[in-house]
Design a protein around this ligand. Structure first.
Ligand code: ADP
Length: 538
């Protein structure tokens, strides 16, 4: 017997109409690309999204068409999310930090024919124009004195397109499985691969991340996704914030510690989300300036491992830093490291050890670890295997890429994350390495993440990376590469001594290299492939 509940489609437009009606006076505040703060409400945003929807249709955008953005996190990008998906088209957010070849590849692969571009990125488009589809039309997002000469057809600027329309538009209803957004992974090897989200997956993910042990967003929060809107849909915050009626603060292009601090203070931000390198810069600014956060209570950090020392540093400021783990292919959230009731009695170090794990799966995400033969390993916190995941906001295939899909997804839907992990008896998953970064020395695994976390706890170290270096006797040996904290000079002997208090001798790096800066990927991860090229053959 089937249940008798209404099968209303889960559509992205309904999130914004809900916010406009029930949180109509709640603000969206953006630091614009031009500089000044832009301030309006969910009610205003929904009206403008309707105008934009009409403009898109007038420009010939049909359901299923990919419409691309090369844009910072601002109210205009937010409106594009809703208007493009709202008419059944697909919002393809391009990460401008990708290499030129990758951007050319994904615009062609996605068959983008309309591209909304912040003025900052017009030179990038001009540079790539000869390699982009010649019928790809450009809409500048900011004001332009004259149409920029970029070798592609340029339409009137964004505000002119909106001004030409009225608000008389009703959001259409369609199948909730309709594609809504497209994000490419920043593949470090091979071509980027597309994750194509649906309305249903996006709405379910927004519900899921709102849960208290996940990201937890309420109508009393002021939320700032420092993670850009071009990185996995701003981790779903542009959907979860209006769903819950939280005030939304979009930081635009300035993501350094001081700029963030000023914005958080001015807008009374309670909650911010970003990658560890952002929080590294933010903490360094607080440290150097002596500034105190008056409203900020919680941070979510994901994208790379969070060192326990960073959790502790923010805890001393009364700010809870929670670790999350996810992937482009997972919309992105998979796990979050919230504590359980039974942990209340634990001491500070034991708590930090739990918070340093990547966390428990959000309901809806299935998770298992397997050995090389595909056999499931026990949840004992020790057995390490490749992490596989499955769930309603996890890809079932890559966009138009059969080979990549076949390589990563099992016939029964399990997706190979490429991460090596353990899962403990309480459900906490811990990543030891990306599969391609593991270090195997004398037949034993050495976790680069564990060594890196311990290295950044040293007072002289700002950032750390550990890579495998081939070794005739042991197969591979770890090499530690670090950057210095302001005014400090890390020394090899002192660092090895510091690590020796926590690791057996055979796990200790053979050498330490101090560099001015570590290379980062377009999504803020340390680029280990580059480090292996530079230092991997000693
Ligand atoms: P890419 O940078 O390849 O585009 P994503 O941004 O989707 O990919 O990153 C996914 C990967 O980032 C994960 O597979 C994992 O290796 C890493 N990652 C994400 N969050 C964490 C975390 N909290 N700790 C360790 N690694 C993480």
């Amino acid at each position: 017997m089937l249940g008798l509940m209404a099968e209303r489609p889960l559509l992205i437009s309904s999130i914004l109409t809900h916010a406009a009606r029930f949180h109509g006076d709640t603000e969206i505040v953006s630091r614009s690309v031009e500089g000044p703060i832009h301030r309006y409400t969910y009610r205003d945003a929904e009206r403008r999204a309707r105008r934009l929807a009409k403009a898109l249709i007038r420009l010939g955008v049909a359901p299923g068409d990919r419409v691309a953005t090369l844009a910072w996190s601002t109210h205009r990008h937010f409106e594009l999310y809703y208007a493009i998906a709202g008419i059944g088209a697909v919002c393809h957010t391009i990460n401008p930090r990708l290499f030129d070849d990758q951007i050319v590849y994904i615009v062609n692969h996605a068959a983008d024919r309309l591209l909304f571009v912040d003025t900052t990125f017009l030179p990038l488009v001009a540079r790539l124009a000869p390699r982009l589809p010649s019928d790809c039309r450009i809409v500048p997002l900011g004001p332009c004195e004259a149409p920029p000469a970029i070798g592609l057809p340029v339409l009137p600027v964004y505000e002119a397109l909106l001004a030409a329309e009225d608000e008389d538009f009703a959001w259409p209803e369609f199948d909730e499985r309709t594609a809504a957004a497209l994000c490419y992974t920043s593949g470090t090897t091979g071509h980027p691969k597309g994750a194509l989200y649906s309305h249903r997956s996006t709405v379910l993910h927004a519900y899921a991340i709102s849960l208290p042990d996940a990201i937890a967003i309420s109508a009393r929060d002021v939320v700032c996704p420092v993670v850009p809107l071009f990185h996995v849909c701003g981790w779903g915050v542009p959907f979860a914030a209006p769903m819950n009626g939280a005030k939304l603060v979009l930081p635009g292009p300035r993501l350094d510690g001081e700029s963030l601090y000023q914005l958080f203070e001015a807008e009374e931000v309670t909650y911010a989300l970003g990658v560890p390198t952002i929080w590294l810069g933010f903490e360094a600014y607080l440290d150097a300036s002596g500034a105190r956060c008056s409203s900020l209570r919680r941070l979510l950090s994901g994208g790379s491992a969070v060192p326990p020392s960073m959790v502790a540093a923010f805890a001393r400021r009364g700010i809870e830093l929670r670790q999350g783990w996810g992937m482009t292919e997972m919309s992105p959230l998979g796990t979050a490291a919230a504590l359980k009731r039974k942990h209340a009695a634990l001491g500070a170090d034991a708590l930090l050890a739990i918070q340093a794990k990547q966390g428990r799966p959000v309901f809806g995400v299935e998770m298992k670890i397997v050995d090389d033969e595909g056999r499931t390993l026990p949840d004992d916190g020790k057995s390490m295997g490749e992490l596989l995941v499955r769930g309603p906001w996890i890809i079932s295939a890559y966009f138009a890429d059969e080979a990549a899909s076949a390589a990563a997804i099992e016939p029964d839907g399990w997706f190979h994350t490429g991460d090596m992990a353990t899962i403990d008896g309480d459900g906490y998953m811990q990543i030891t390495d990306r599969r391609k970064d593991v270090i195997k020395s004398g037949g034993e695994w050495i976790s680069s993440i564990d060594l890196e976390n311990a290295a950044v706890a040293h007072q002289d170290v700002a950032e750390a990376a550990v890579i495998a270096v081939p070794d005739p006797r042991w197969g591979e040996r770890p090499l530690l590469i670090v950057t210095a904290r302001d005014g400090r000079q890390p020394e090899r002997a002192a660092l090895i001594e510091h690590l020796a208090t926590q690791f057996p001798k055979w796990m200790l790096p053979d050498d330490v290299v101090v560099v001015d800066e570590l290379p980062h990927t377009a999504t803020g991860k340390v680029m280990k492939t580059r480090l292996r090229e530079l230092y991997g053959r000693r």
